[in-house]
Write a protein that binds this ligand. Structure first.
Ligand code: NAD
Ligand code: TDX
Length: 341
């Protein structure tokens, strides 16, 4: 048996990863340490909650006692736990620095003390900043441009330093924008799908021409599982989707799948410091033997249908907290809260 500590397993990618590992590897046990912030939902894993190979621990990665308890007997750590929404980091960055930097350090100290076999730090493409043409490779200097990205860059480099200084077997992954089921309806795709489903406008920032590279969450999970086995400590791996699309294109596609009119689109003020384009060079991981398997148009359609079929999942959590809803309304002139009713 291999025992993996997954942190942030009640969030979007973490919950998909826990399900993926339990289903694909019978020799795996999972311990999930999650603080259950607004983004952490127990219901995301209710189908595996009774699995004897799964243990949930409610706790914070910034709390050394909780981390010591959760890491007990574990061979591998995969750290998903983070504050993750760029707009929230523009409102208030304190929690981002706390969890995405300090929390990473707490985990690394415990991993070092115990001699953990592999420590996977889930970083992001946002740490590179924005790129007008070409793609970021793993050697590209980091130039994060918003507080979320800067906090993630801090965690990324703290993890690296624990490999370089102390030999903790750290692997760092930097993935593109994920999409799929269980994504909190604050991010572009689930926000726009659920807005359209309740006939709310879709607030598109700026001119809608910003480009993201889209990676299906199932592909992201299989890449992480692959890297636990085949990654080299001290190395960084980009996980690219290979599907660069402008936001306006994604938005129109969502409306088309749902059969909703394009006049639901509303161009609003731009996000402060809005990165124009992300593009990852995935050739390092491809050379190791992993490439994404998902066809974007098919998986986008399946994802949209998942939200259509699971209103009981998203309706209650479209009630955003007041402070963030007020910020979003001031910044973009669009309302978030109460939209589920
Ligand atoms: P999410 O916001 O859906 O989930 C984050 C999870 O972490 C939640 O369950 C939350 O309760 C938990 N958490 C937050 N603070 C915590 C703390 N202090 N202690 C313990 N648990 C805590 O995030 P996501 O979109 O699933 O992202 C997961 C990871 O992947 C993050 O590290 C993120 O930076 C990275 N990432 C995300 C994307 C993307 O497109 N979503 C792309 C690349 C990388
Ligand atoms: O209401 C919106 N209108 C809009 O035009 C929202 C929420 C977003 N957007 C735009 C901003 C971005 O160009 O859509 C694009 C995607 O936005 P987000 O879903 O907020 O993602 P992004 O800022 O690209 O960051 C994401 O990718 C990297 C994740 O949120 C991060 O956690 C991940 O690390």
């Amino acid at each position: 048996m291999k025992r993996i500590l997954v942190t942030g397993g009640c969030g979007f990618i973490g919950s998909n990863f826990v399900r993926h590992m339990l289903a694909s590897d019978p020799a795996v046990e999972i311990v999930n340490l999650d603080a259950l912030t607004y983004a952490g939902r127990l219901e995301n894993l209710e189908d595996v909650a009774e699995d004897p190979r799964y243990t949930f621990i409610h706790g914070d990665i910034c709390d050394p006692e909780a981390v010591t308890r959760a890491m007990d007997g574990c061979d591998v750590v995969v750290n998903f736990a983070a504050e993750t929404h760029v707009d929230r980091s523009l409102l208030s960055a304190g929690h981002f620095i706390q969890t995405d930097c300090y929390g990473v350090w707490v985990l690394l100290e415990e991993a070092r003390r115990r001699g953990i076999e592999r420590f996977v730090q889930i970083s992001t493409d946002e740490v590179y900043g924005s790129i007008a043409s070409g793609s970021f490779d793993e050697q590209t200097p980091l130039m994060p441009r918003n507080p979320y990205a800067a906090s993630k860059a801090g965690g990324d480099r703290i993890a690296y330093s624990f490999w370089a200084s102390f030999g903790v077997p750290v692997i760092i992954t930097r993935a593109s924008n994920n999409y799929g089921p269980y994504q909190y309806p604050e991010k572009l795709i689930p926000l726009f799908v659920t807005n359209a489903l309740v006939d709310r406008e879709l607030p598109l920032y700026g001119d809608g021409g910003n480009i993201r590279d889209w990676l299906y969450v199932g592909d992201h999970c299989s890449a992480i599982a692959f890297l636990i086995e085949h990654g080299t400590p001290g190395e960084v791996y980009n996980i690219a989707g290979g599907n660069e699309r402008a936001n306006i294109e994604i938005t129109k596609k969502i409306l088309e799948i749902l059969g909703k009119p394009e006049d639901l689109i509303r161009f609003v003020a731009d996000r402060p410091g809005h990165d124009r384009r992300y593009s990852l060079d995935g050739s390092k991981l491809a050379a190791l033997g992993w490439t994404p398997q998902t066809v974007f148009e098919e998986a986008l359609e399946r994802t949209v249908r998942w939200y259509v079929d699971h209103p009981q999942w998203w309706r209650p959590i479209r009630e955003h907290d007041e402070e963030f809803a007020r910020y979003y309304e001031t910044q973009y002139g669009a309302r978030l809260e109460g939209a589920g009713r």
